[in-house]
Design a binder for this molecule. Sequence first.
Ligand SMILES: *Cc1c(COP(=O)(O)O)cnc(C)c1O
Length: 424
Amino acid sequence: MNFTNSLDFALQMDAQDPLAKHKSEFIFPKMNDKPVIYFTGNSLGLQPKTAKTYVDEIMDNWATLAVEGHFHGSKPWWDYQERFAEPLSALVGAKPTEVTVMNTLSVNLNLLMVSFYRPTSKRYKIICEEKAFPSDQYLIQNQIKHHGFDPKDALVEVKRREGEHNFRMEDIVAKIHEVGAEAALVLIGGINYYTGQVMDMENITKAGHAVGAYVGWDLAHAAGNVALELNKWGVDFASWCSYKYMNAGPGSVSGIFVHEKHHHSNLPRFAGWWGHNKERRFLMEPTFDPVHGAEGWQISNLPVLSLAPYLASVHQFASIGMDVLIEKRDKITAYLDFILQEVAREVGGNFEVITPTDPQERASQLSVLLHGEGKTLFHQLMAAGVVVDWREPNVIRLAPVPLYTSYEDVYAFGVILKSCIQHK
Ligand SMILES: *Cc1c(COP(=O)(O)O)cnc(C)c1O
């Protein structure tokens, strides 16, 4: 596609964009009475206008029905989470019984590892990527220690090659084969939070299974951003937070996936009454009889006030579908890349996009190394109404989220960026 660095071109792209109308369904923070250009939807998605309606519904039911809201609310609370199964499973390529919502992401990874990290003296190693998101590093190290092993021995990190920003698929597969029969679990981020690299989840899952390991995915940056086929790929388990691309609000409830092949296998797990056989849950029986499905990993009754904005968002995603999002995602990300190169050329700058250039390996995020620019640039951008994310020493992460970013936003960002660099 031939792009042009002009307002006319950007407006023309917006006029042809089937998603353009959805921008007005979100609430943008304002600066000097103008909506900001929001490039941090990979960190906290914007608020859909419908979120408040869903929350108010629960507040109203609570006010007028109190305890009766559990069974007689307009969306009863006792099975509120079941409303996610259909639309959310469609977004991650799963069957409805394979998906549910509960807790938050790091908690869920810990709970799922109770089932899927069962080390023995021979098979006890966990393979992950180096410099994984800190929470993942902490929880993996501590799971290993909890089972009496030493992370120095049991934690195997796949490295990037010297001087490279991204992982090579062949290195990940080679590492899995090297660990071989000692590999208990492969647990990697589906999209690297720092570089935006999209992993080849299908083939890494295959490689893990080939050596007899379980394979789980942290999909924090993948849910609502890339096409997932968790069932087809045979992934054992996965979890994601809902507040990044899924726009469910700060700290909102996480999603989990457990493949159907494990639904009748009596895997060990931590238990609570919300994972118990639904027909018999309120009989208050003494022995745990788990639901055969992802819901069998539930422990407590759900924080429905926190689920409400997530449901609003899932309904919005379901009405749009991932295909059209992905189509625009690739176009607008490419346009942003083009604009960055144009600005670099005009101001004699050197911006190195460290996100892979292969469209198969990138999604909504571009991570840009700004050679020769410092944090002043970040402050200038923020002051000019562009919300971006800064990582030391000089990386900005830009996420032109297709649901609510216009081509005009991307063009305007280029104008602001250029002016910031010229006036530093
Ligand atoms: C955002 C993110 C998390 C956050 O975990 P919480 O438990 O929701 O705080 C975890 N892992 C990755 C890879 C992330 O990007």
